[in-house]
Design a protein around this ligand. Structure first.
Ligand SMILES: *[C@@H]1O[C@H](CO)[C@@H](O)[C@H](O)[C@H]1NC(C)=O
Ligand SMILES: *[C@@H]1O[C@H](CO)[C@@H](O)[C@H](O)[C@H]1NC(C)=O
Ligand SMILES: *[C@@H]1O[C@H](CO)[C@@H](O)[C@H](O)[C@H]1NC(C)=O
Ligand SMILES: *[C@@H]1O[C@H](CO)[C@@H](O)[C@H](O)[C@H]1NC(C)=O
Ligand SMILES: *[C@@H]1O[C@H](CO)[C@@H](O)[C@H](O)[C@H]1NC(C)=O
Length: 487
């Protein structure tokens, strides 16, 4: 009896170790294109509370990197595409970048493991702008890492969009690099392979569904599909595996079958599109976590999958050129509240842990004055202005705020602008159409947010306003016509 007990204890511990080991891969993307960011130290605490062992950043902000000191969290630091040209043309600028943005932080205890050179630089929307500069920038950064004595612990990579490879007949085993960039891709892959760098790819079943209304919805998820792809002995029941193995086939075909692969971004947005909602995001992300927790990998690459979820928190300043969903990729809201149940298998109770001690601005909202007539000619331009400078991506067909009436819509726009501008009085005027209220206008699904109080935000936004943005233009549009009228 005692021996059996001991045996099962040992078994229990071994299985605990193997379970933790098999999910050792989960990371998070931490983007900072937000109007009122959570303090970096709050985000780092959130990462730790939720058991993320790795984080991927899009640039090298000092506040972010400093907060990661001695956290033990592995860091991938990004280099924005607009820096590629200078890094490519000048070894000295690559050395400066490494010296300023890597060396010091590594000696200060930031666990930097990867440099991501560029971000999806070969997206077709960039019209080839970064085709000439990505590889030379990669080479110069690698050279600078060697010179700094960091090349054994810090590896280079390039996060690429999944359309750098394709399959002519749709079968993963027929995968190869896209014709127009084939030679460039082979040169990059060889360089990564020679220098111990992984291939990083972003895979988005959501985008496939967004782009193609005939895409089989269940194939985007992980619970089986009525339209599997049969490829020799392998049957693919989800797009992720098939897409991943199209890349593996492309690597194998060109002699790099053992190159490590990192999933740089994977996730599902929750708002701004008919297919971007809490149910689908939960289903996708939980399905993905369950899938990788088996440690089985894919038909062409059995074994653990190394991945970073996209994304940790919503970013209300992201470009919506790709679509309104862009600002809603977070598994947490802008203020660190879990959006849905997600078991990352990293915490004891299997639930997401919200951000702690978040400081908010006052409990007040900016809304349309009840007395204003909907025929008021100033309404339309005011709403356009509020939406252009605030965030109206939760308004529209099948979004979280689609239940609002016209007045609710207008109030939502006004409030967004007001909150993003730190609840400054001048940001709740709109030619007298708006007023401040203490009554929360939120509905069951539509949240009228209150922004985060970031102590330095006031002075920071003042500096911003002076250089370009809202309040100056706001003042211009509102007061200039008044001035004219008065004259
Ligand atoms: C406020 O936000 C800025 C960046 O937007 C950040 O650098 C700073 O650390 C934040 N301040 C606090 C107190 O969190
Ligand atoms: C370090 O990174 C920041 C943020 O990406 C960038 O603005 C800055 O130019 C970099 N420093 C150097 C010396 O390249
Ligand atoms: C790419 O080309 C299109 C059409 O010529 C243009 O509208 C767009 O602004 C270009 N984008 C970039 C990033 O150069
Ligand atoms: C399919 O499986 C058989 C038996 O396991 C094996 O001999 C064959 O090579 C496999 N074919 C492919 C295309 O993997
Ligand atoms: C609210 O605004 C959205 C987005 O502009 C629009 O699609 C919707 O029709 C509006 N609803 C009403 C009731 O006006």
């Amino acid at each position: 009896m005692g021996r059996w007990f001991f045996f099962s204890m040992v078994l229990g511990v071994v299985c605990w170790v193997c379970e933790v080991g098999s999910v050792g891969g989960i990371g998070a993307n931490w983007g900072t294109q937000t109007s009122n960011p959570l303090p970096p130290s709050t985000v780092v605490q959130m990462l730790r509370d939720n058991g993320f062992q790795k984080v991927k950043l899009f640039d090298a902000e000092d506040g972010t990197l400093s907060a990661l000191k001695n956290s033990g969290i592995e860091v991938m630091v990004g280099i924005p595409n607009d820096m590629l040209a200078s890094l490519a043309s000048d070894m000295k600028s690559a050395e400066n970048w490494v010296s300023k943005n890597v060396s010091g932080y590594v000696s200060d205890g930031v666990n930097i493991r990867y440099i991501a050179v560029g971000n999806e630089p070969f997206l077709t929307t960039y019209n080839g702008s970064f085709l000439q500069t990505t590889l030379p920038a990669l080479q110069n950064i690698q050279g600078a890492l060697i010179k700094a004595g960091l090349s054994s612990q810090v590896k280079v990579t390039v996060p690429l969009n999944a359309d750098v490879y394709e399959s002519p007949d749709g079968k993963p085993s027929s995968g190869d690099f896209r014709d127009d960039i084939r030679q460039l891709m082979l040169n990059i892959v060889k360089f990564l392979s020679d220098n111990g760098g992984p291939f990083t790819v972003n895979i988005y079943p959501f985008i496939s569904l967004y782009d193609d209304p005939n895409f089989p919805v269940d194939y985007a998820f992980f619970q089986g599909t009525s339209s599997p792809v049969v490829d020799g002995n392998a049957t693919y029941n989800n797009m992720f595996d098939a897409n991943h193995d199209t890349l593996i086939a492309a690597l194998q075909k060109n002699g790099f079958g053992n190159l490590p692969v990192i999933i740089g971004e994977i996730g599902w947005p929750t708002d701004g599109d008919i297919n971007a909602n809490l149910q689908y995001a939960q289903r996708f992300n939980q399905g993905f976590m369950d899938h990788i927790s088996t440690g089985q990998g894919t038909p062409l690459r059995p074994g653990p999958i190394d991945a970073y979820l996209f994304s940790l928190i919503d970013e209300d300043k992201k470009s919506i050129q790709p679509g309104n969903f862009e600002r809603h990729w977070g598994i947490f809201t802008y203020d660190g509240i879990p959006k849905y149940q997600l078991n990352l298998r990293t915490t004891n109770n299997g639930a997401l842990v919200r951000a702690k001690n978040v400081k908010y601005l006052n409990k007040q909202w900016c809304v349309l004055k009840p007395s204003v007539s909907l025929d008021d000619p100033n309404l339309a331009p005011s709403v356009s202005y509020a939406c252009a400078n605030g965030d109206c991506t939760s308004l529209g067909y099948k979004t979280s705020c689609s239940d609002l009436d016209v007045r609710g819509n207008i109030s939502y726009a006004f409030n967004s602008y007001y909150q993003i501008n730190d609840q400054q009085d001048a940001a709740c005027n709109f030619q007298g159409l708006a007023t401040i209220t203490n009554k929360d206008p939120s509905t069951t699904t539509c949240r009228f947010g209150i922004m985060i109080d970031n102590e330095s935000a006031a002075s920071l936004s003042l500096a911003q306003f002076r250089h370009y943005d809202p309040v100056f233009r706001f003042g211009f549009y509102v007061f200039f016509p008044l001035l004219l009228a008065w004259l």
